[in-house]
Design a protein around this ligand. Structure first.
Ligand SMILES: CSCC[C@H](NC=O)C(=O)O
Ligand SMILES: [Zn+2]
Ligand SMILES: [Zn+2]
Length: 437
């Protein structure tokens, strides 16, 4: 074997392609994956639903193509990396002497993208033949919401024709000895609150200034944040089962050439928050809390909540009591009012669940209690079609480093993940029952 041609070297080659926003190099990533796919005789199709946003679809036909197929999805893009703050350059994929491979995307989620292929390569070498057709998809733009990626893909005729019965997408690393599996994602909302008031001299004390009103809201929101965080700290619920609200910006003050005008209290101030809602939270209650406590009109406040509906329209925005939506394509029943997340059953009512679980134990793996993912992935769009999806990235004994500096994955963990997927693909694709979920 050429040193270029080992599983680790192939992983490193994928990691060295800079697919970080804001200028992800999708075409190099697609060419690399395409050449890998052709080398193991997979069918290859590139779809382009938006210019410059390719979706790569690979297919391993099963012996019974009438059965619903399997889909293994991953995203091509990564979040940006601040090179100067990394110990190794984020797109060099340096392997340290102790086996850590450092790269942006090492955990999120280029590992699974090539592990799928390595698993198929190994199964083919062992002359395994799937009963069900296995599809592998690589989609752009997950990190920025998926509208020009997975959303257009799942809304397409091509996707419908795949007849997907069960899908897998990314999960998160597990610091412990058990693999983690995710049956839902929280819904992301963006909240902007704005306060208005009369401007005044910097020396005066008066009521209802824009800054005062905004700061009151910030305090109230912080208290709510703390109450949710206390539940987590007390061990009563995991982080992903409470409503999180984190400030992401504040904007106020009157700019001047040397900074800000310091002797004037401004007439406008605003703050932005990232909110995540678990499936158990009632979106309407959260919206009411925002309207009545966080941005009440009586304090001269207005708000805007933007969330993403599972449709091919603009983001939806609630401004005061008005909800602005303009659906173009509905992807099934509107069960996601204000982004309420959908869940995939992890019990025997989902015929895929026991097969997945057994596939993990078959390779000596232990599975942690199924969880809701704290963040958000493309899986939510596939779930919207009524397709069961599990989020899973086989990384145990690994710190959770997604979106952080010095993201890495250990070589041994990566290689073990390939075996895990071999078992998963073998089991799921051999499942002959046509009974649907
Ligand atoms: C608004 S969709 C953004 C999706 C993104 N996914 C991974 O980090 C997230 O922020 O969770
Ligand atoms: Zn990801
Ligand atoms: Zn991410």
């Amino acid at each position: 074997q050429q040193p270029q041609d080992t599983p680790i070297a192939r992983f490193q080659r994928y990691l060295r392609i800079n697919t970080a926003h804001p200028r992800p190099d999708y075409s190099s990533a697609i060419s690399f994956l395409e050449s890998q796919a052709l080398s193991i005789n997979l069918q290859v199709k590139t779809l382009e639903f938006s210019p410059g946003k390719p979706v790569l679809l690979l297919t391993w036909p099963g012996s019974n193509p009438s059965l619903p197929s399997l889909l293994f999805n991953s995203h091509l893009d990564s979040v940006p990396a601040e090179s100067s703050k990394w110990t190794h350059p984020p797109f060099f994929a340096v392997r340290s002497p102790d086996g850590k491979i450092f790269a942006r995307g090492a955990q999120d989620d280029k590992c699974i993208g090539v592990q799928y292929l390595e698993a198929i390569r190994n199964l083919k070498e062992k002359n395994f033949a799937p009963v069900r057709t296995v599809h592998v998809s690589y989609v752009p733009d997950e990190e920025i919401g998926g509208v020009n990626g997975i959303l257009k893909f799942v809304a397409s005729e091509e996707f419908r024709k795949l007849n997907v019965g069960f899908a897998m997408d990314e999960g998160q690393a597990s610091p412990g000895d058990e693999f983690r599996v995710f049956y839902a994602d929280r819904s992301p909302w963006n909240l902007i609150i704005k306060a208005k008031g009369m401007p005044g001299h910097g020396s005066r004390m008066y009521d209802n200034s824009a800054m005062e009103n905004l700061m009151k809201s910030v305090e109230i929101i912080s208290r709510f944040r703390e109450s949710q965080f206390d539940v987590v700290k007390a061990g009563e619920a995991p982080n992903s089962e409470v409503v999180s609200v984190n400030p992401v910006y504040v904007k106020a003050g009157i700019p001047s050439p040397s900074g800000f005008v310091m002797n004037m209290q401004p007439s406008e101030a605003e703050a932005g928050f990232n909110i995540r809602l678990p499936p158990v939270a009632d979106p309407e209650l959260v919206r009411r809390r925002i309207a009545e406590e966080w941005a009440p009109a009586r304090r001269n406040m207005t708000y805007q909540v933007t969330w993403r509906r599972m449709t091919l329209d603009e983001d939806c925005t609630t401004t005061g009591i008005q909800v602005i939506i303009s659906p173009i394509i509905e992807l099934g029943p509107l069960r996601d009012y204000m982004g309420r997340p959908l869940t995939t059953p992890t019990n025997d009512s989902n015929p895929w669940w026991p097969i997945f679980k057994q596939a993990i134990t078959a390779v000596g793996g232990k599975l942690a209690k199924p969880e809701i993912l704290a963040s958000t992935t493309d899986a939510r769009y596939i779930r919207q079609l009524g397709i069961p999806v599990l989020g899973f990235s086989p990384m145990k004994n690994t710190p959770i480093l997604l979106h952080e500096h010095n993201e890495f994955l250990e070589d041994t963990v990566y290689l073990e993940g390939i075996e895990v997927y071999e078992s998963i693909i073998r089991s799921l694709s051999s499942f002959e029952e046509s009974s649907s979920y």
